[in-house]
Design a protein around this ligand. Sequence first.
Ligand code: NAD
Length: 500
Amino acid sequence: MPSGVEFARPHTHFKCNHLTKEISVSTYPSLHLLIGGEQLSGGERKTEDVIDPATGETLGSVVHATSDDLDLALSNAAEGFAIWRATPPEQRSAVLTKAAALMRERIGVIAETLTREQGKTLAEAKGETMYGAMLFEFYAGECKRIYGRTMVRPAGKRAEVRYEPVGPVAAFAPWNFPVINIVRKVGGPVAAGCSVIVKPSEETPASALATVQCLLDAGLPANVAQVVFGVPDDVSRHLLGSPVIRKLSFTGSTSVGKHLAKLAAEDLKRTTMELGGHGPVLVFEDADIDKALDVMAPNAFRNAGQVCVSPTRFIIEEPVFEKFRDGFIERIKDLKVGNGLEDGVDMGPMANSRGPDQIERMVKDAVTQGATLHTGGERIGNQGYFYAPTVLSEIPEDAEIMNEEPFGPVALLNRYAGETEMIAEANRLPYGLAAYAWSNDPVRQERIASQIEAGMVAVNSGGVSAVDMPFGGVKWSGHGHEDGHEGVMACLVAKSVHVG
Ligand code: NAD
């Protein structure tokens, strides 16, 4: 056990270690494809186990789509697009509003399913489901605010700009936020009048199916939103190889994003790419250090650090380095790690076996190169994918962890001489997703907001995401947006119409 970190041993049969009573859990749902509203499974279709990351037990079997299934989904998507693009915005809005209400009604079951297949705490899973409902509601309003423009022309002539849905979308969502990512992937296209085929992660299929089912139960025509699973590269090549698909939307690693962008380019399909990050956090001498610590220390371990906007590289001004480092360690020493279903747990397991393997390798490499390990730095328990909350400091710039997204429960604390060096460090990497800064100097706040190369900047705050604000990155973190007005605009194309 790592010093100072309380670990609630994960139990195989969902026992609460401190109450020694069964945690009541609903049955893990049966899994299927969702094509044209039909729940397809069985036959010659291959399956793949879904693993509970807290126990290592098999929860169920995800069904792989055959080539025929994918073709059926494509023809449905073409028909669904013809119907949905002609559906008035008020009706599209009503469906999204109802879907949000259903998500709120079903929050208990959806959140529990999410925790079981992904690992995050139940409180985080409920928060994620609630954010999903809020985003559907926001899109419900936004789809009634798709405006065009009319130009001034001589009498008898007309020139106008119209925005039309781009067409059927192929969307690929990862496992770290299996509800929000599905709402983002499906909500924007549905609001804009597109159809969408989404391939969620095979590791978190039930949360995705439950989210799309809310839309179908709210009255969405069954061929407008469909769900398929399979070998990711086979599914993406099949869907992106079809002329039916007019847009690719992907969230995941930069390397897979580059690969998919090339496939999309072969047919000049539009793209929205939400890729990796390596969140810098600039902490200046003039900041409210206690507040920065209270907000950012727990934030670094949300969802066991498997967050694309996770605060990762703490870039601390020299005079406050020791104070920040010691306060950081103090605040995380009592974090309770365990099965996310248990009461009082602050951090669950990592979502899959790749997580602890990657973090272990990166932490070892950093320590070998001279970094100081303050806490954590090891796996915990002998079942599931638990890794202790880890704090490193004085990490050499060449260490892998200073250059590649760790995507795990580790915070990197380094000292810098002043603002110029701190901004240079923040911008050093090719990533540009989220950045954070803590300073009470309003002029500096403005300088930071304008000079940091990132799609999202939070000043004196730990939050970079809101349903009415665009979410997306620059550089290797991708392009295009989800959420906000921009999330709907990303699924529309402009048409210029000249009359007379
Ligand atoms: P990965 O890139 O292999 O997979 C990420 C997601 O993309 C998964 O859901 C996977 O099913 C899907 N995917 C992979 N190959 C695909 C393909 N050819 N076509 C379509 N979809 C494909 O990464 P991983 O092993 O799951 O995680 C590795 C790293 O990816 C993480 O350490 C992290 O850096 C990054 N990641 C980022 C996000 C994010 O929110 N930006 C999410 C998940 C993973």
